[in-house]
Design a protein around this ligand. Structure first.
Ligand SMILES: C[S@@+](CC[C@H](N)C(=O)[O-])C[C@H]1O[C@@H](n2cnc3c(N)ncnc32)[C@H](O)[C@@H]1O
Length: 357
């Protein structure tokens, strides 16, 4: 008989634990909160659940999740690595993901969930101690990037000497890389942190943005989002009352409209098919500004990547209502996720599929 896991582990941003627990309590009332550390939360699963390794938790705040198998406590790196293999047993792992729980709050300059040197060291120790008779056949890169459907061995460094071992099956982009971290590296120093956020959003959403696509970027200053889009070869209409960096202004495919979003003439959007927004205002304000654009009869927006600010954590309760509101505008695929470089904010990705011009 197939084994039925008893616990689910979830990793999230430091500070997002309460929002994560609240959304799980609402969407999965049979799960019981069990153990947590900042950035790491576990839940007891009901005894008769039928969840499988690639189930969709549909969570905004989960960076990753999987079934827990046990803890490797050994007193040194080698003994913890050996314990990891013992816990895995004969399960058929195809990929190995090792990462550390988030350590920094959003206010900390070091904040941005990343694979730490400790996690790389632990991963190497696990790979080097793979028992010869384990039957594990990791993909070429040591199983760093999983293919869809792969059984992934997860190791979360909750403390330096307390590793939580678990597994999941890879499905969408975020579950195929360790910690859900969609590694993005700028070719030149970016104009702002927004560069990382939009690159992650593009990778996570998997939107079918065609070459040469036209974007409008609401709240574009100083210009990190626009810079990333321009580097992809897209055209950008940047909207912001604030000043845009000269690095961005010198792109011929960039035009700055220096005013607030509601003041832009609607005809400016006629040829625009994609929208990004990252304004330092309440989510309701962003959604109102976006609604007045996408619902205009002469405007045809196909997809949007909106950064919505959680000015207060209790705004997280309204995320399902934000998704429903955007669906009512005709976007039939709407998802939300707090991305690795986000602070107290999240991305709402919305797409019309199929798209009729
Ligand atoms: C977090 S910054 C945006 C960072 C930017 N996306 C980037 O790529 O560098 C927030 C911006 O929102 C702009 N903003 C606030 N309210 C706005 C509005 N009503 N219309 C347009 N921009 C607005 C501010 O002027 C500010 O430049």
């Amino acid at each position: 008989m197939a084994e039925r896991p008893q616990f689910l582990f979830v990793t999230c941003h430091v500070g997002a634990e309460a929002a994560l627990k609240a959304e799980i309590a609402c969407d999965w009332p049979d799960l019981r909160f069990s153990f947590s550390r900042p950035g790491f939360v576990t839940f007891k699963l009901p005894p008769d659940h039928n969840l499988v390794g690639d189930f969709d938790l549909r969570s905004t705040f989960a960076q990753t999740y999987g079934f827990s198998l046990g803890r490797a406590h050994g007193e040194n790196l080698q003994s913890r690595a050996a314990e990891t293999w013992r816990i895995l047993g004969t399960r058929p792992a195809r990929a190995l993901h090792v990462w550390q729980r988030d350590l920094y709050s959003a206010e900390d300059d070091r904040h941005a969930i990343q694979i730490s040197p400790e996690a790389i060291e632990a991963r190497n120790a696990i790979l080097n101690s793979c028992p010869e008779d384990s039957g594990v056949a990791f993909a070429e890169n040591g199983g760093g990037r999983a293919n869809r459907g792969d059984f992934v061995l997860d190791c979360v460094l909750v403390e330096a000497d307390d590793w939580w071992i678990g597994y999941h099956r890879a499905r969408r982009a975020g579950s195929r890389v360790a910690g859900g971290l969609l590694g993005v590296a700028p070719p030149v120093p970016p104009v702002s942190r927004a560069w990382y956020k939009i690159e992650e959003a593009l990778a996570w959403s998997g939107f079918p943005v065609p070459p040469g696509a036209r974007f409008a970027d609401l709240g574009c200053a100083p210009g990190g989002t626009s810079q990333a889009l321009l580097q992809h070869g897209y055209s950008v209409l940047g909207i912001d009352p604030g000043a845009v960096s000269p690095v961005v202004l010198e792109y011929p495919n960039f035009r700055h409209v220096r005013c607030r979003a509601p003041q832009v003439r609607r005809r400016e959007f006629r040829k625009i098919r994609w929208l990004t927004a990252d304004m330092n205002v309440a989510p309701q304000y962003t959604l109102e500004a976006v609604e007045s654009i996408v619902m205009h009869p002469e405007i045809r927006i196909r997809g949007m990547l909106l950064t919505l600010k959680l000015l207060e954590w209790n705004l997280a309760e309204q995320i399902p209502a934000f998704r429903r509101r955007v669906q009512e505008w005709g976007f039939n695929q709407v998802r939300t996720r707090q991305l690795g470089h986000h602070r107290q904010e999240f991305c709402l990705a919305a797409l019309k599929k199929p798209f009729r011009r």
